[in-house]
Design a protein around this ligand. Structure first.
Ligand code: 5AD
Ligand code: SF4
Length: 347
């Protein structure tokens, strides 16, 4: 399957709602052609909400003194992994703010032990790190890495992520690829300072990266951040962005993100119906779940159980989709890494 090429004008027209019927039917068709009705499940363990960064959009930014900060113990992390295994979830995502408390070597040992004890696929979402750390974690057994680039507007990036440089993040994605991680990135839709043109640019560039995973959700204004008065990203625009990215990246794993659900009830299911093929229920323990407050409503939502495993099962059933028990390696990755004997890999 070769992905179609859209001109910038085509993209702009489709993002403006020129032909939603076609767009959403096509994105669903592409997903079904590659993944059937199977949805891959990733259990996400948010093990620290401390962060040394100060991103203007994020509730966990270091200057937000209203957050109750937490760290999971090693035992709690293992318990969450066991919950994944017991529930037929073969991938876990270790996510956290950039928290210097956890030494790189401690995390490496955690990865190695999870891998040998449980054999699950391990995705990391731990921010920008240097090459030697990324290399160490890969050697310890980490399989995948998520690092959203957030925007292609470099000046805006500098404003929204003080003291951070867009090119460094871009280089980090390159390093991850060189280290043979499955690489994921993505953007937020409707960030302050962005418009349809910058979204078109981001969609084109994101697709050119030939990513294994693409995560996109709307910006949601957090009341404890400097962006509190900014409008949220629009749900319909986010859905169109997701649909276009799906059509342009047939083989990428793409989650229906919880940020979708936070802007509108039922939006995550809608995202599944228009071509997303991954769900990421949270396995973070109840005692701290609501403190991982990147944006309001994260892990809380419309009712307490919304982001739970049970909710994920029910949603898939309702949508006529299947809970896959496969690790769900991206077909892009399998093509890229010649050392694999494809017949032995569960896709
Ligand atoms: N609204 C939506 N998404 C956000 N993220 C951070 N803050 C917000 C927000 N206010 C996203 C970023 C980050 C990911 C972990 O969460 O894209 O990479
Ligand atoms: Fe930290 Fe990530 Fe939030 Fe930025 S988006 S403040 S790096 S947790």
């Amino acid at each position: 399957m070769t992905a179609p090429r859209f001109s910038p004008d085509d993209l702009k027209a489709l993002l403006s709602g020129k032909d939603d019927d076609w767009l959403f039917r096509e994105s669903d068709r592409v997903r079904r052609a590659v993944f059937g009705n199977e949805v891959y499940i990733r259990g996400i363990i948010e093990f620290t909400n401390h962060c040394r960064q100060n991103c203007l959009y994020c509730g966990l930014r270091r200057e937000n003194r209203q957050v109750t900060r937490y760290r999971l113990s090693r035992g709690e992390i293992f318990q969450a992994v066991e919950t994944a295994v017991l529930n037929n979830i073969p991938t876990i995502v270790l996510q956290g703010g950039e928290d210097p408390y956890f030494a790189a070597e401690w995390i490496a040992e955690l990865i190695a032990e999870i891998k040998t004890r449980y054999g699950v696929a391990i995705t990391l979402s731990l921010g920008e790190r240097n090459q030697s750390v990324l290399k160490r974690w890969r050697a310890a057994g980490a399989d995948r890495y998520l690092l959203r680039i957030e925007t292609w507007n470099k000046a805006n990036y500098r404003l929204l992520r003080p003291q951070r440089i867009w090119e460094t993040r871009r280089r980090c994605l390159e390093m991850l690829r060189e280290l043979d991680y499955e690489v994921g990135s993505g953007i937020m839709v409707g960030l302050p300072g962005e418009n349809l043109e910058s979204l078109v640019t981001a969609i084109e560039h994101l697709s050119a990266l030939n990513l294994d995973m693409i995560g996109v959700g709307p910006f949601i204004a957090h009341p404890q951040t400097p962006l509190r008065d900014q409008p949220n990203g629009e749900m319909q625009l986010s859905l169109r962005t997701l649909a276009l990215l799906r059509i342009m990246n047939p083989f990428a794993n793409m989650p229906a993100t919880s940020a979708m659900e936070c802007t509108e009830r039922g939006a995550r299911r809608k995202a599944l119906e228009i071509g997303m093929n991954v769900l990421m229920p949270s396995l973070t323990p109840e005692r701290v779940k609501n403190l991982y407050n990147i944006y309001p409503g994260k892990n809380a939502g419309w009712d307490d159980t919304e982001h739970s495993i049970e909710a994920a099962r029910t949603m898939l059933e309702d949508a006529g989709l299947q809970w896959s028990t496969a690790k769900g390696i991206s077909p892009n990755y399998l093509k890229r890494i010649p050392k694999y004997n494809h017949t032995q890999i569960e896709v």
